[in-house]
Design a protein around this ligand. Structure first.
Ligand code: ADP
Ligand code: MG
Length: 145
């Protein structure tokens, strides 16, 4: 599935739609350069799950947990990770194979830890199509390499 958005709200809306359909145990990997909209997508996704508290990228922790929605949401941002041992220390397997839904920003940095199946969401800019244009590709179980 390929979706083109032309502003922040449209990306939020896509995230919200997917959040409304999300199932227990799913892992969504968000891939794309800084400032493409991974966190905006996550904010929409959280809203779709019924989460009303503000969602921002976890800066000093690897994962933030939101329990108030239809399913627990575990929001990872592994951009600043230095060693995958940090993932082991926080017990990532309890999240990835747990009862909630995981969203992982910069998932390509921890590809060796990803489960066999996940949803890959890739967000790309295209300078020819304007500053706010994003091409968002959603695929199932793609391998990052
Ligand atoms: P990331 O988490 O990928 O680093 P953010 O979601 O934090 O990126 O930031 C994306 C920025 O781009 C926001 O300032 C947002 O307003 C802006 N923006 C402009 N156009 C779009 C779009 N089509 N989709 C998402 N964000 C957009
Ligand atoms: Mg972000």
């Amino acid at each position: 599935m390929i979706i083109e958005t032309n502003n922040r709200e449209e990306t939020f809306e896509l995230g919200k739609n997917l959040g409304e359909q999300a199932k227990r145990g799913e892992v969504y990997c968000l891939s794309g350069d800084l400032g493409t909209g991974k966190t905006v997508f996550t904010q929409g996704f959280a809203r779709g799950l019924g989460i009303t508290e503000p969602v921002n990228s976890p800066t000093f922790t690897i994962v933030s947990e939101y329990e108030e929605g239809r399913l627990p949401l575990y929001h990872f941002d592994v951009y600043r990770i230095e060693d995958i041992e940090e993932m082991e220390e926080i017990g990532y397997e309890d999240y990835f194979y747990g009862e909630g839904v995981c969203l992982v920003e910069w998932a390509e940095l921890i590809k060796e830890l990803l489960p066999e199946t996940y949803v890959l969401v890739t967000i790309e800019k295209n300078p020819e199509k304007g500053f706010d244009y994003r091409k968002i590709t959603v695929t199932n179980s793609s391998l990052l390499d």
